[in-house]
Design a protein around this ligand. Structure first.
Ligand SMILES: Nc1ncnc2c1ncn2[C@@H]1O[C@H](COP(=O)(O)OP(=O)(O)OP(=O)(O)O)[C@@H](O)[C@H]1O
Ligand SMILES: [Mg+2]
Length: 236
């Protein structure tokens, strides 16, 4: 493996807080999703100076604006009272860094604690995050959402993604309760301010218009910040 030369404060996002070292190539991944897709875009694991494991996405392999999508998710995560991963972006090496979360990947959602699962779905719903399949880690009664490739969609689009992904659909009452509980704990004005002030979210928007189909994997677009704010407000 190449040796990585890290600057003291590399350009990017949160790199001062979360730099990493000693990348480990975990290819090939053995899980089902990886096999379906035929390749993994998340095949390296690095280490933070404190020893925490950091999942690494190579941006070169990704669609436009996946970086902005993750940065918006990180800002949103700072405004919610749940366990969430620290996220950074290394501009020099083109890598999105995501702190490891506890729990195991499972696609048996019926086995998970339903309140926690619906809380985790609500977390993605308010963020306008359409990337649900295989993107929850569960341990005991705690479910943590990961993988924020596609955020900032409106509620209609995001809800459609939830329904597509959950075979029998979510428990609507439970999801509504969890989403309302979450929205009540978010300071909308502070969240909006932080999203609007973030240098990385000001430029380089996707030129694509919003597509009301949860499948295309583009990142943020004009209107994404408004969507996130509107999604939260809808449950206040
Ligand atoms: N923060 C994290 N903590 C623990 N495990 C993680 C984390 N991020 C990723 N992983 C592991 O790596 C796998 C792939 O990560 P992720 O879903 O972010 O990448 P992806 O390639 O976009 O996946 P896909 O396109 O298959 O949804 C996860 O299913 C999980 O097993
Ligand atoms: Mg994933």
């Amino acid at each position: 493996m190449d040796r990585w030369e890290f600057e003291e404060n590399p350009p990017g996002y949160n790199t001062g807080l979360m730099n990493y070292r000693e990348l480990e190539d975990t290819r090939p991944r053995e899980d089902a999703i990886c096999k379906d897709v035929g390749a993994s875009i998340n095949a390296e694991v690095g280490f933070r100076p404190d020893g925490a494991r950091v999942y690494v996405k190579d941006v070169d392999d990704l669609e436009n604006d996946t970086v902005q999508s993750h940065i918006a998710a990180d800002i949103y995560n700072d405004h919610i009272p749940f366990l969430t991963p620290e996220i950074a972006y290394d501009e020099v090496y083109g890598k999105i860094l995501v702190e490891e979360m506890p729990g195991e990947f499972s696609d048996d959602y019926g086995e998970m604690d339903q309140r926690s699962l619906h809380g985790a779905i609500a977390q993605k719903l308010l963020l306008g995050d359409c990337d649900y399949a295989g993107n929850f880690l569960a341990t005991g009664n705690q479910v943590v959402p990961i993988d924020h490739d596609m955020t900032g969609r409106d509620l209609v689009t995001t809800k459609k993604a939830v329904n597509t992904w959950l075979e029998d659909g979510p428990d609507e009452d439970l999801l509504y309760r969890e989403a309302t509980k979450l929205a009540e704990q978010i300071d909308i004005r502070a969240l909006e301010q932080d999203l609007r002030d973030e240098r990385n979210l000001m430029n380089s928007w996707s030129s694509r218009e919003e597509i009301r189909d949860p499948e295309p994997r583009d990142g943020l677009f004009h209107g994404s910040i408004e969507n996130i704010i509107d999604n939260v407000r809808a449950f206040k």
